[in-house]
Write a protein that binds this ligand. Structure first.
Ligand code: JFZ
Length: 483
């Protein structure tokens, strides 16, 4: 929990101090000599190499997170009681003994899982990559593992490897696949780490003797061998490794052993949650969108549609399609990616409220995707909101008050304005113009009929039709002088 809080503080500080990060200048990305025992690819590559490695990810903007595992069986309740907290944490939150949790495996038979349909769902949502939990903190591998028998092929009646099926479908349907792997916490293998919840006792916060053991031994016997399997057995995949919840146990030396493995895959992208002082490729704000993004850095907001990652049968608190789409647009306007989660149930079915929202988002992107994929951030900046002069946030710093009138993205000679609040007088007004504007039209208008524009002061007025073409967001395109 200490580390969790620390990472929240760092994440929040990063949001407001992001301007201070001018790391991408110069030839090497990290100009300071690194003290890493094993230099990572980020320590040694040039900016040009990094740009090439990150290119598909930067253009993608929208990905699917999948949290799926044994925790989808209890689905948020244990011994007839609802357990507060996210679904995939039930073992820790309810202090379930290792043997009792492991007894879920023989009951796991998700015969309704269909890799083709999940990949097709991601594609129809307009998502360009998928990241699935190959092993979460409960230690259960959702793939065929020779390194450890607590896995979906050996320990369940299902006997199939959904990670393999997804990898094949992703290759067929042309979409990238990444693996979430909980390298540090593992609640069912001796020596695996556990974050504190409830009355779990220091130093290890374990709740069952079966969890006691040596952390380095866990890494050497289970985590590193499993990561090797994941990196070698699935063809092109993984394009991404998504680490999570590092603790102090992950020393620079131990993390270096993992980095030595990652370094064999020079196209791999990995996030900032390995631990051991490695910063990885991507910032990972969780369940929030940073006020100004992380200028000059690659970042990805991961978010749930309801209030859990892993399936919980009673969580129906779904965000609206409007909120989800506006989040995607907000994130794109700040230069980030949106990793939006689904939590399949114990049969492998995607909950209907989730697939419905994804289809609706895809419909909007079919028309307006040009304003999202491969774009760069807003040339304006104040439209997202401002920091309050009087109100303070939880971190004691000025509170960011978001505005939801419009956002903007940029690509080549176009400036896109995603309008949320349609002006009552039909005139869209910009106070300032970053570039000369030579024409304007609405992206959803197939004929691209020219809209009347007039200079007003340093800004511009655009005469819009009386009604929004899409009540969630109508995209105004400004053709501009330069790219
Ligand atoms: C972690 C996991 O514990 C959780 O189950 C889920 O997989 C999520 C995507 O990641 O949860 C975290 C990790 C980091 C923070 C908060 C929750 N953080 O830095 O604020």
């Amino acid at each position: 929990m200490k580390l969790l809080q620390r990472s929240i503080a760092v994440a929040l500080a990063g949001a407001s101090l992001a301007v201070a990060s001018a790391q991408l200048e110069g030839d090497k990305i990290n100009t300071k000599p690194t003290s890493h025992p094993v230099p990572s690819i980020q320590d040694t590559e040039t900016k040009a190499q990094r740009d090439a490695r990150m290119q598909w990810w930067r253009e993608a903007r929208f990905g699917m997170f999948i949290h799926w595992g044994l925790y989808s069986i209890p689905a948020g309740s244990w011994n007839g009681k609802q357990v507060p907290g996210v679904g995939e944490w039930i073992m820790n939150n309810a202090s379930i003994p290792v043997a009792d949790y492991k007894a879920l495996a023989p009951k796991f038979n998700p015969t309704a899982f269909n890799a083709h349909d999940i990949v097709a769902l991601a594609k129809s949502a307009g998502m360009k990559y998928i990241v699935i939990t190959s092993k979460h903190h409960d230690g259960f591998a959702m793939f065929d593992s020779k390194a450890n028998k607590f896995n979906i092929v050996d320990a369940t009646p299902y006997h199939r490897d959904p990670i393999r099926e997804l990898a094949e479908e992703c290759r067929k349907q042309g979409i990238k696949l990444g693996f979430y792997y909980s390298q540090d916490q593992d609640w069912t293998y001796p020596g695996g780490a556990a974050y504190k919840t409830g009355d779990h006792k220091p130093p290890k916060y374990h709740w069952d003797k079966a969890q006691d053991g040596d952390y380095a031994t866990y890494l050497h016997e289970k985590a590193i061998p499993q990561m090797k399997e994941l990196l070698t057995n699935y063809g092109d995949a993984p394009a991404v490794i998504w680490f999570d919840t590092p603790t102090d146990d992950m020393t620079p030396k131990l993390a270096g052993e993992i980095v030595a493995l990652l370094n064999k895959y020079p196209k791999l992208i990995w996030n900032n949650r390995l631990g051991g002082t490695y910063m990885g490729d991507t910032e990972t704000p969780e369940q929030y969108i940073p006020a100004n993004g992380y200028p000059g850095k690659d970042w990805e907001s991961c978010m749930t549609m309801n209030d859990t990652w892993g399936f919980k049968s009673d969580d129906t608190n779904f965000k609206s399609t409007e909120t989800l789409l506006r989040n995607l647009i907000d994130i794109a306007s700040k230069g980030g990616n949106y990793l939006l989660n689904i939590g399949p149930d114990s049969m492998g079915r995607v909950p209907a409220p989730e697939s419905e929202r994804l289809h609706a988002m895809g419909k909007w992107l079919d028309v307006n995707g040009e304003a999202i994929y491969g774009t760069t951030p807003t040339l304006f900046g104040d439209e997202a909101g401002s920091f309050s002069r009087t109100e303070k946030g939880k971190d004691g710093k000025p509170k960011f008050i978001a505005s939801w009138k419009w956002r903007s993205t940029t690509k080549a000679d176009k400036v896109y304005i995603e309008i949320f609040e349609w002006p009552a007088d039909g005139v869209f007004h910009l106070d300032k113009l970053p570039r000369q504007v030579s024409g304007a039209y609405l992206l959803a208008d197939k004929s691209h009929r020219a809209l009347k524009t007039t200079r007003s002061g340093n800004g511009l007025d655009v005469q819009l039709p009386s009604m929004a073409l899409d009540p969630i967001a109508t995209v105004l395109v400004l053709k501009t002088s330069k790219s």
